[in-house]
Design a protein around this ligand. Sequence first.
Ligand code: HEM
Length: 403
Amino acid sequence: MTEAVARPAHVPADRVVDFDIYNPPGVEQDYATAWQALQKDGGPGLVWTPRNGGHWIAVGGEHVRNLWGDAARLSSEVLSVTPGQGDALRFIPLQLDPPAHNPFRNAVMKGFASRFVVALEPQVKAVATELIDELIGRGSCDFATEFAEVMPVNIFLSLIDVPLSDRPMLREFGKQLTRPDGTMTVEQLAQAVDDYLWPFLQQRLENPGEDLFSRILSVPIDGRPWTVDEAKRLTRNLLFGGLDTVAAMLGMIALHLARHPEHQRLLREQPDLIPGAADEFMRRYPTVSVSRNLVTDVELDGVTMKEGEIVFLPSVLHNLDPHSFDAPEEVRFDRGLNAARHTTMGAGPHRCVGAGLARSEIIIFLREWLGRMPEFRLDPDKPVTMKGGTVGGCNTIPLLWDS
Ligand code: HEM
């Protein structure tokens, strides 16, 4: 745990909680419960923690959502409560505020237009079925490391059209991102990603193809071409944005289904329910939280957050707040919520550009896994373990089935 910093004078003593977002008490056992401890007994809507340099945390669900959408007073430039991380990664479009954000966002949105996502379905399906076929005869797997973390990396490689023989290398980057082993700093990881991807990017800038990068990089920025630096920053954002987030979501869904064989049966018998189930799983199992730096003083919930301070916004505290959603912990496949109501994919101008692709990956995973695998369950002799951080989720999900 990082050293606690002193409470600034404007932070009331009764708003201080000792909470490390990277390691909330009990997170190993259950990610959501560890966060919900902050909401217990209807406490305040905003608290301040002295950990990780000292920052605010929005605890009330509606505060989380409203602050996330408030791009006029809150900036995404800082990226993280960990000092230096934002400067190392410099993501485009994520760390740009409107209006500078707009032309880049527009280019990325064009690349992810729904017709392209639909056209990718056969590739996503091929990746999923290949992985399932490798596992099916074994009767067991650690779903987190052997499926959830692998599928998004392989899809990313297909997306940007780099050689499949490079999978192990990109998987290694993915691993360093989801479960850093201390051999690389974030700066070194960002550099390694740049070094690996640069030759491909250069080709796409000079000779655009049909892949995602080419589509995005061929959209001019305010009438001029993308610079090399911007192209690298975009690539990093796509890579870091689309790997551990999808892995975390797939893991949470597999865990839910292992604990609820009645839901496995229902979705096997009525596959038409799968798209609605995917939407509900996305609402029920949020794992992403974001940091915002205040560009002006903000008065809210009886306190003043000062310009320059950081507020942390955990989507789990919005989606699972009973003031925001009816019986939020229940998984109801017919909830029929508009996806923009929950914050799993964010809110406001930075709402996830990969949301359509992510949803498609989840639907295809559910169809292929449930269509091929027999009923599966958790291994009673091995624990499920989870982690906190800006992207939480499962470290291990030991599954068993009769092969
Ligand atoms: C279930 C999977 C996913 C989840 C839960 C997720 C979540 C999020 C969230 C919460 C944000 C908003 C960040 C903020 O406001 O600070 C975001 C933005 C973003 N996501 Fe995703 N994401 C997922 C999948 C993907 C995929 C597959 C890609 C691309 C390959 C992607 C690329 C991005 C990018 C580029 C942004 C920045 C958008 C902008 O700044 O305009 N994400 N995502």
